[in-house]
Design a protein around this ligand. Structure first.
Ligand code: FMN
Ligand code: SF4
Length: 429
């Protein structure tokens, strides 16, 4: 495909339910927004997102959003935007207006609970489909990322029917707040060992009730949440899910199995599926160091065959040629990028404007990820503006930068890990 062909393919509009996205390049959700300490959108949160919208993406997906006090209290990473109270709506509306003003649509990624990845602050009870902890990076970690001692998360309780109903109610309430703030759509986070993710694969779901066993049963909790959200937000409001497409674990579920589960969810009123590779146990595959691994594994292709023409958002394919080829071949409908858009906020304008040689490429060195994992404000050495799009945004302190340096050291990381588990509960309101 010529560069003009790439621009034509990636520049074509995409319809998701009632919303038309102006092109096929999506800012993937990232918890890098530096909200205020009480979880509101800050000037920096807004400036970061507005900058990517000005850089030409058609859709911004806002990551790190929590839908409940539970999600706020148990989140494994701290840059969280709160959607669990009406008092957060005015700042979220400011965020939406800024992104719209810069020419992009904006969806909120809703996290009702972090499930197996939750942190039991203040002795809080964690819940998941089954009492299975996560062995972080069991199948390997991303390049330049280290988790001391193959850290194992605390064992969650098996969620009761009442727990599942509460998480669903929280999901619906947060989706309504997103709509009230002006978000163009929502995406329910059901990937990466979080609450809904724990139901989808037999590796994490060992239940013997109506939520476990067959693909239909494993889909049930998420399907019911999508159905309830659909009733609440009406027929025209875009609803998506983000799901892992492959456990990448011995004895785990592959793309055929995940696609079979998602096929049971689509009829509940789903408008798009945002694909995520692997999970915390197989993190090396989740944050790959080269473009197009998902396509190499035939995961979008298998989802397409199982799900028909529902829009699919492809991950981790910053090579514009690969992304355009995949979309032209019908394997996916949009290319959703995370790290590449930290490194170069103008990537979309460059791709669509036939200026490929000007792209600043992410080097996949993952210091952004190490910062996230150690709760240090995320920065990118390829883009010194990143994290300071608002000139008043605080920078990482010297000790925090030292911590990033130290995050390659097993002993120091073990100490940091132990300290994090002893943190007191975060205030809820
Ligand atoms: C700093 C950072 C923060 C992230 N936060 C989120 C998040 O809040 N929600 C989410 O679904 N994925 C999150 N991700 C994962 C990305 O959305 C994406 O799946 C992953 O980085 C692989 O895509 P890439 O190769 O385009 O970077 C985060 C990734 C990074 C690097
Ligand atoms: S720090 Fe920047 S260059 Fe390095 S992996 Fe993250 S986004 Fe890419």
């Amino acid at each position: 495909m010529t560069t003009a062909g790439i621009a034509d393919t990636l520049g074509a509009p995409l319809r998701v339910n009632s919303v038309t996205i102006k092109n096929r390049i999506v800012l993937g959700p990232m918890a890098v927004l530096r909200p205020t300490a009480d979880g509101r959108a800050s000037d920096q949160s807004i400036a970061f997102l507005e900058r990517r919208a000005r850089g030409g993406v058609g859709l911004v997906i806002v990551g790190g959003a929590v839908a409940s006090a539970r999600g706020w209290n148990e989140s494994p990473f701290t840059p969280n935007l709160r959607f669990d109270g009406d008092e957060y709506i005015p700042d979220l509306a400011r965020l939406v207006d800024a992104v719209h003003g810069a020419g992009a649509k904006v969806f909120a990624q809703i996290f009702p609970s972090f499930g197996r990845m939750g942190v039991p602050r203040g002795g809080a009870r964690l819940i998941a489909a089954s009492p299975k902890p996560v062995v972080l990076g069991a199948q390997g970690l991303p390049d330049h990322v280290y988790v001391p001692g193959g850290r194992t998360t605390p064992v969650p309780d098996e969620a009761t029917a009442a727990d599942i109903a509460q998480i669903q109610a929280d999901t619906v309430a947060a989706s309504l707040r997103a709509r009230a703030a002006g978000f163009d759509g929502i995406e329910i986070g059901a990937h990466m060992c979080y609450f809904y993710s724990s139901f989808l694969s037999p590796l994490a779901n060992q239940r013997t009730d109506g939520y476990g066993g067959s693909a239909e049963n494993r889909a049930r909790a998420l399907r019911d949440a999508v159905a309830a959200t659909r009733v609440a937000v009406g027929p025209h409001y875009p609803i998506g899910i983000r799901v892992s497409v492959n456990d990448h674990m011995p004895g785990g579920q592959g793309p055929e199995g995940f696609a079979e589960v998602v096929a049971h969810i689509v009829p509940a009123g789903l408008d798009f599926v945002s694909l995520s590779e692997a999970n915390y146990e197989s993190m090396a595959a989740n944050v790959p160091s080269r473009s197009g691994t998902m396509l190499d594994h035939h995961e979008p292709q298998i989802f397409r065959a199982a799900l028909g023409d529902i829009p699919l958002f492809l991950s981790s394919t910053p090579d514009p040629q690969q992304a355009a080829d995949a979309i032209a071949a019908g394997h996916a409908d949009a290319t959703m990028l995370a790290r590449q858009l930290l490194a170069d906020p103008d990537y979309a304008n460059k791709v669509l404007g036939d200026r490929l040689s000007e792209i600043v490429w992410c080097d996949h060195g993952n210091s952004c990820l190490r910062r996230l994992m150690t709760n240090v404000p995320v920065a990118c050495h390829k883009n010194r503006e990143m994290g300071r799009e608002d000139p008043h945004a605080a920078r990482a302190t010297l000790p925090q930068n030292a911590l990033i340096w130290a995050s390659g050291n097993a002993l120091l990381m073990k100490i940091a890990d132990t300290a994090a588990r002893m943190l007191p509960a975060r205030p809820t309101h």
